[in-house]
Design a protein around this ligand. Structure first.
Ligand code: ADP
Ligand code: MG
Length: 410
């Protein structure tokens, strides 16, 4: 009989109960069954390895692709008393972390895939007592995923050399093809797949052809109170957009990786604290930010994929209150996307083309947007959600979709 994880959830994490499929995932992990959990952003994926890491004897090795995210996770884990460390190039205490690992003093060890795939790391692990491998953002292992990281391919050989240590792969964003690939690439059986609900019923989806984007975005901001994010494709674009939105009278900031780090951190912190700020950002903004009351997310151009769109719009309305997602697109976005596909390595072209095709289906549909989204993630959905532009009868995108169709079939 496995121990009940609920008392530990309540005592260590202070949550009254599990959410969604968390319990199912945790129980599989505690039982040593290899698992791939596909859960939307904000569903609480971290808990599904952090809790077993506390309960199981030995260390849980967490592979995570972003150092900044790892350090956020580390702080959160330490805050609830979990013995955790990161092993990254920016950590000054690497020797200490290694000796804590060998001494069995760590519940969680966060590493980047580049580090995890190296020979010296394998040797280090062989001197430790391991409980679990947790592979976060597992779609990075797949060329079909939208964010392929070649080092993820080396994780299976690493894990294979510790055959008794269980595996948990986690992702928010994987279509059926990518899921099958993740299972194969990480050595997880097909019956180890757990998918949780993707619907975000409180988010209203709107998709509109571009006419004058800054004016269209300003209109939305005037109509929509509360904090919001405007995603813009280029760094320069975020600053231009921020400047042009100043006329709305709302506090507006820009955010992109090229800003001075201090300014970037301040803009982010001010946004998180604000009740009415608009942040114009590249897609670098939002990962790991836990702001429940974002009321709107605007895409001022075509997102990279449906997965990216779902993830980015999913930053709205985490508190469950009504929120909106507006996507503005032009035929030229599709033309540019096509050109980019021609530039990628030949073996990735089919995947990229399929991704663009899915995105165009979302943009072009005269039917329910939510249905297109949920079907994409393998979920059944009614034909009429009653909470998207088409279901509400607010479409009118006909001319521009015709234009896009011409470009797509060219
Ligand atoms: P994901 O990685 O799936 O996007 P996170 O692991 O970052 O999500 O968790 C998102 C938020 O949900 C965090 O603030 C976390 O503390 C919270 N959370 C996780 N599990 C629960 C739970 N069972 N009850 C309440 N809040 C939870
Ligand atoms: Mg996460």
């Amino acid at each position: 009989m496995l121990p009940d994880p609920l008392p530990t959830l309540q005592r260590v994490f202070g949550f009254p109960d599990f959410r969604g499929v968390q319990r199912q995932v945790v129980e599989r992990v505690l039982g040593g069954q290899r698992t791939l959990a596909v859960m939307p952003t904000g569903a609480g994926k971290s808990l599904t390895y952090q809790l077993p890491a506390v309960m199981l004897h030995g260390t849980c090795v967490v592979v995570s692709p972003l150092i900044a995210l790892m350090h956020d996770q580390l702080r959160a884990a330490e805050a609830v008393g979990i013995r955790a460390a990161t092993l990254t190039s920016v950590d000054a205490n690497q020797a200490e972390t290694r000796s804590r690992l060998r001494g069995g003093e760590l519940d969680l060890l966060y590493v980047a895939p580049e580090r995890a795939s190296g020979q010296s790391f394998r040797e280090l692990l062989s001197q430790a007592d391991l409980a679990l491998f947790a592979i976060d953002e597992a779609h990075c292992v797949s060329e079909w995923g939208h964010d392929f990281r070649p080092d993820y391919r080396l994780l299976k050989p690493l894990m294979d050399s510790f055959p008794d240590v269980s595996r948990l792969a986690l992702t928010a964003t994987a279509d059926a093809h990518t899921r099958a690939d993740i299972l194969a690439q990480l050595g997880i059986p097909a019956d180890g797949l757990i998918v949780s609900g993707f619907d975000r019923p409180n988010i209203r989806y709107h998709v509109t052809p571009k006419t004058s984007t800054p004016r269209q975005v300003a209109d939305i901001i005037r109509r929509t109170p509360g904090p919001g994010i405007v995603y813009v494709q280029s760094r320069a674009g975020t600053e231009k957009m921020a400047a042009s939105l100043a006329s709305t009278g709302r506090p507006v900031r820009a955010y992109h990786a090229g800003l001075d780090p201090a300014i970037r951190a301040k803009n982010q912190a001010d946004f998180v604290a604000s009740e009415d700020m608009v942040i114009c950002a590249t897609v670098a903004f939002g990962m790991g930010i836990d702001k429940p009351d974002v009321r709107f997310v605007v895409h001022a151009g075509l997102p990279k994929s449906i997965e990216a769109y779902y993830q980015e719009t999913g930053r709205a309305g985490r508190d469950g209150d009504p929120s909106v997602a507006h996507l503005f697109w032009g035929a030229e976005d599709f033309v540019r996307a096509r050109q980019r596909i021609d530039e990628v390595e030949p073996e990735r072209r089919a995947g990229e083309a399929a991704r663009l095709q899915s995105l165009s289906a979302l943009v072009e549909t005269g039917g329910c947007r939510r249905q297109v989204l949920l079907r994409h993630f393998g979920e059944d959905a009614p034909a009429d959600c009653g909470n998207c532009d088409n279901c509400l009868g607010a479409s009118g995108a006909v001319d521009a979709t015709e234009l896009a169709r011409k470009f797509l079939s060219a």
